[in-house]
Ligand binder design. Structure first.
Ligand code: ZN
Ligand code: ZN
Ligand code: FE
Length: 719
């Protein structure tokens, strides 16, 4: 019996052919395997063909993502033996490039084995691990079109690369100390550069470290002075720094993190509740209950973690809100004022890529390690580009039933970021050989992603409402056709020209209707109300008929802002749940101004007493005036912030659940950035599940605007 099988998915450059070769030989089958335009083509002949087809997807190598195997019986040829054949020339090189992947156990053993020829070599990798997407310049995925082109393999590396039974068969970034990239320290120091960097870190230095997707800034996490200096030089006031630890045991000493997530091959930053005695400086994560911890994801980071032996701050290599540096010249220039030393290497990074962030199994930022793995779309999309939103922006390309969501690009209002958005689109279009026939965008006319979409020549364009995109992303991911949803976030453009963000939606992918929302209030001074949450407190109190200023706010300013709210001048109406959280945080006296969006709400959640079960009044109409008055009264009576915060969260969760249940649907979606609030999410989910409603939340993508591009693609495909 002979079978021809087509394997589709991420099956090239991941060790798939040697795997097939080994499996066929083990089962005593004849035939061949080759890469072609559609993926991998296999023909096998012999007794065990059935078992071969069973095991083929089940035992695939770690980086392979088998999406489909199509097998057909064909006439036997009687050929002897099994071979890996050359790819046929021409045709579309088709298949997906794998994400950058953490060092595998085999490579790790070599890295720390004094007898191995790659002992302490910071660029050891194989077909099961190492850099991928960040080093690719073009297709086909072959060494000359990666940033490894500059390095010619030595005889020993070449032999591995050519040997189908070797772990490094066709491993494009294969290298060794004789022929591959090298690390160096600027300014230069004698001896091993990583050991020297480790010594400097122990002595309190700040070191810029070039990684897989860009530069980080590192210092000793327990060193109060070094961490405070880093914060000051980086102009980063409050946002927590991530930490690098050697292994899971070291992570356990810092925070209660999900170890499976910590050691997953994507190697994200994992958020977890900090241990009270965590040995880190206060300035690492001021006023935060959580710490973000990461295990080493490249051999260079493994060496650095081993050589230092203590937790390191490892934060993005940039100043303030700029994108992370990834080119050597740029990094040396931009980070010169921040870092005392720079640990560089001569393998170029082609695509900048931030670290991914997860909490448990929920994604907060989907980037290095995940991108460019394809996500499934229901239905079939024409070749399209979805441009996403503005903050935490991503874009997505889609074709047929697959969508490729880009890495986290960040705030497009920054010129550098906007450039990486447009260049990123061009790059991924080339890699996927996808020419969009349709470009999808947000309805916000001022988003730079919308402007970009409308300026693309010769394509059809279509707008998708922001919260519908949030809703659709979850429906598409879970393959559900119809649901009711609460989409709570900071800002999204509503078709009525007001700022939406506390929306109850019902419907499906092609269309949905707005069946409820938070009571609208003014955002006094527009954007200023995002930076200064006390303005939202003022607007809400004015809405509820109270004019007395909050303690700590100048009475004249309060009166001005209250007048703005009354007149509506430069003060758009908003239904934003994020802004309501801001108002409550300000009423509690937690924060009158913020340095990043969502900060007040995050601190409000952190303050909540989880044992408090009572709730403020809030009906299913989501009119929060009575709630705001109750909060103000409790604060005035001296009720602890922990209690006030908990009663507020409980009220919002209960009212949201009631509003959703009133729609009479069996399935409810909870998404939008505000649902990254664990307290709100948990309580709302519990209330819905108690009423036997199935609750869906985003899993493969973040709940924040990083998921918008996928939702836009899903809506466009469904329409
Ligand atoms: Zn490896
Ligand atoms: Zn070599
Ligand atoms: Fe949003």
């Amino acid at each position: 019996m002979r079978v021809r099988a087509r394997v589709e998915g991420t099956v090239q450059g991941v060790g798939f052919r040697p795997y097939v070769h080994g499996l066929a030989r083990e089962l005593g089958l004849a035939g061949f395997v080759l890469n072609d335009a559609h993926g991998v083509l296999v023909e096998v002949e012999g007794e065990a063909v059935g078992r071969f087809l069973e095991r083929l997807p089940a035992e695939a190598p770690p980086l392979a993502q088998v999406e489909r195997v199509r097998a057909e019986a064909i006439a036997a040829t009687g050929e002897p033996g099994f071979a890996i054949r050359e790819s046929p020339a021409g045709g579309r090189p088709a298949t997906a490039i794998a994400p950058d992947t953490a060092t595998c156990d085999d490579c790790l053993r070599e890295l720390f084995d004094p007898a191995d020829r790659r002992f302490r070599y910071p660029f050891v990798n194989c077909t099961n691990c190492g850099p991928r997407f960040t080093i690719v310049r073009g297709i086909p995925y072959d060494r000359p079109l990666t940033t490894m082109a500059a390095f010619t393999m030595c005889a020993a590396c070449r032999a591995e690369y050519d040997d189908p039974s070797d772990r490094r068969f066709h491993a494009q970034p294969n290298a060794c100390p004789q022929c591959g990239p090298h690390a160096r320290l600027v300014p230069d120091a004698p001896g091993d550069p990583i050991a020297a960097a480790a010594r400097a870190l122990a002595g309190g230095a700040i070191v810029a470290v070039k990684g897989i997707g860009g530069f980080h800034l590192a210092c000793r996490a327990a060193d109060e002075r070094a961490v405070a200096t880093l914060r000051a030089r980086k102009h980063r006031e409050d946002r927590p720094f991530a930490l690098l630890v050697r292994d899971a045991a070291a992570a356990r000493e810092l925070a209660d993190v999900d170890e499976r997530a910590l050691l997953a091959r994507e190697r994200p930053i994992v958020l977890g509740r900090r241990r009270p005695d965590a040995p880190v400086a206060e300035a690492v994560a001021p006023r935060s209950r959580d710490l973000g911890v990461m295990a080493p994801y490249s051999p260079l980071h493994h060496l650095l973690a081993a050589d230092t032996g203590f937790p390191l701050v490892l934060t993005s290599g940039n100043v303030s809100d700029e994108p992370i540096a990834y080119r050597d010249d740029d990094a040396l220039a931009r980070l010169a004022g921040i870092a005392d030393l720079c640990l560089l290497h001569d393998r170029a990074i082609h695509t900048r890529m931030d670290d991914s962030v997860v909490r448990g199994r929920r994604l907060i930022r989907r980037s290095r390690g995940y991108v460019p793995a394809a996500l499934r779309l229901p239905g079939s999309a024409p070749p399209l580009l979805a441009c996403g939103a503005e903050l935490k922006s991503t874009f997505a390309l889609a074709r047929g039933d697959r969508a490729w969501v880009s890495h986290h690009i960040g705030d497009l209002a920054n010129y550098e970021t906007l450039r990486s958005f447009t260049e990123g689109i061009a790059h991924l279009e080339r890699l996927l050989e996808l020419e969009p026939e349709l470009v999808v965008h947000d309805l916000h006319p001022e988003y730079l992603s919308t402007k970009y979409a409308l300026e693309r020549d010769g394509v059809e364009t279509r707008g998708v409402q922001h919260h519908h995109a949030h809703f659709a992303a979850v429906l598409a991911e879970h393959r559900v056709e119809r649901a009711v949803g609460a989409i709570y976030d900071g800002t999204g453009y509503g078709p009525d020209g007001t700022v939406w963000g506390g929306e109850i939606l019902r419907g499906g992918l092609p269309e949905c209707e707005r069946i409820g929302h938070l009571r609208p209030v003014r955002m006094p001074g527009g954007e200023a109300a995002i930076r200064e949450p006390w303005r939202m407190a003022c607007a809400w109190l004015a809405e509820a008929g109270v004019s007395a200023p909050l303690p700590g706010v100048d009475a004249a300013r309060w009166a001005d802002v209250a007048a703005l709210a009354r007149s509506g001048l430069a003060s758009p109406l908003t239904t934003s749940a994020g802004r309501l959280c801001d108002a409550i945080a300000a009423l509690c006296g937690l924060r009158h101004s913020v340095t990043y969006e969502g900060q007040a709400a995050i601190e409000l959640e952190a303050a909540a007493d989880p044992r408090e079960t009572r709730a403020y009044p809030l009906d299913a109409e989501l009119d929060a005036r009575e709630l705001v008055l109750a909060v103000a009264a409790d604060v005035a009576r001296g009720v602890p912030v922990a209690t006030v915060s908990a009663r507020f969260h409980n009220a919002l969760a209960d009212a949201t659940a009631r509003a959703l249940l009133a729609a009479g649907e069996r399935v409810a979606v909870l998404s939008g950035g505000v649902f990254q609030n664990e307290l709100l999410l948990t309580r709302t989910t519990a209330a819905l599940e108690a009423a036997r409603v199935r609750v869906l939340t985003p899993r493969a993508l973040p709940a924040n605007d990083g998921g918008i591009s996928f939702g836009q693609a899903a809506v466009a495909a469904a329409r």
